[in-house]
Design a protein around this ligand. Structure first.
Ligand SMILES: [Zn+2]
Length: 247
């Protein structure tokens, strides 16, 4: 039991680190969030209370059921858009970490016809095609935020087997087998979007081929090269990297 508590605390540290990394890398600002599936309760997830990711500490992390209801009664005000996380965990048993972001560089591709596609090697994780979810399709005029389980489930349906989904006029959500995988795609997808946008000004663009994406998809998210990136991002963000086993 003590071991379980220690493990849970180590996983919470990694989630705090992911919050700091994403803030430091400009993927999230006052808004946006990151969660992990609970390491011992697969039908729960861990996420900060409503707080900007840069400010999150271990004391701010709370557990939620997949329908977005808090596990403990005295949970402080939660994120309005937490339903994104629970619905993706419900739909995708293979997913253990989720990021939601409003990164500026991605937004043009949520409202224009030009598809967002991987054009740099580090962004291959986003997959050959990135689906676009338009909340207006099924819910009409809203504030564009995912504020209930039905909207979360519709988004998760749109995600399907992909790792990332764009959200019209809003941002994106990304899903990963572990924290480092989802943090990596959340960092490199906006970079890829910025580079693609610049390249399109020069003329036609050649993106990664399906074969190149397939080859790169074989990288183990727990491999030394992924851990190297995690250590780098943690160092930049000024937080301890923790242990690879806890990602
Ligand atoms: Zn949002």
């Amino acid at each position: 039991m003590t071991q379980d508590v220690d493990k849970l605390n180590r996983c919470i540290h990694m989630l705090v680190a992911a919050n700091r990394i994403l803030a430091n890398e400009g993927v999230v600002d006052a808004y946006g969030h990151v969660s992990i599936r609970h390491p011992f309760e697969p039908n729960q997830y861990l996420i900060s209370r409503s707080l900007s990711p840069e400010l999150v500490t271990a004391e701010d992390i709370y557990a939620f059921h997949l329908d977005g209801s808090p596990v403990v009664a005295n949970t402080p005000t939660p994120y309005l858009e937490r339903f994104i996380h629970g619905s993706i965990y419900k739909k995708r048993p293979d997913i253990h970490a989720v990021v939601h972001s409003h990164a500026d560089d991605v937004l043009p591709f949520t409202i224009a016809r030009e598809p967002l596609r991987p054009v740099i090697n580090t962004a291959s994780d986003m997959g050959l095609e990135v689906p676009l979810w338009d909340i207006h399709d099924h819910f009409g005029d809203t504030n564009l935020l995912v504020t209930n389980p039905d909207q979360g489930d519709d988004l998760a349906q749109g995600l399907g087997d992909h790792k990332v989904i764009l959200m019209r006029g809003h941002g994106f959500s990304a899903a990963g087998k572990n924290l480092v995988e989802v943090v990596k795609v959340a960092i490199y997808m906006p970079k890829n979007a910025k580079i693609l946008m610049n390249a399109l000004r020069l003329g036609p663009v050649k993106g990664l081929t399906p074969g190149e994406i397939e080859i790169r998809s074989k990288v183990d998210p727990k491999s030394p090269q992924m851990w190297r990136a995690w250590e780098f991002w943690c160092s930049k963000a000024g937080i301890a990297a923790g242990s690879k086993e806890d990602l």
